[in-house]
Design a protein around this ligand. Sequence first.
Ligand code: DGP
Length: 113
Amino acid sequence: MAEGCIFCRIVAGEIPAVRVAESERALAFRDLHPQAPVHVLVIPRRHVASLAEATDGEELGAVLLLAQEVARREGIAESGYRVVTNTGADGGQTVHHLHLHVLGGRALQWPPG
Ligand code: DGP
């Protein structure tokens, strides 16, 4: 657990979050500020600051597979969805614990801003 990390505190149950799915290595919960009808964050339980710092392929695979599971559970697997990981300053990352945004439930614009 990284000191001061909001998402580590969610993993530890110290900050409430609406959990939608979990696995041994990953956790999914609803985004506090949803940008689409479905907006779920999927994170590794272990602290990894961003995709740029990730080294464990099995852990990354577990996070991606949980994102796939979230899409099924949220009923957007057939209609389609987007998985995004903002990385670093230009990527717009504001929480420095690796997370995938799973967005869906409406037609999404492309390209992003
Ligand atoms: P990013 O900008 O990619 O680092 O996205 C961070 C996201 O995290 C943003 O969409 C809002 C969300 N968020 C920030 N703090 C909390 C929190 O305490 N709980 C939940 N559920 N989401 C949070």
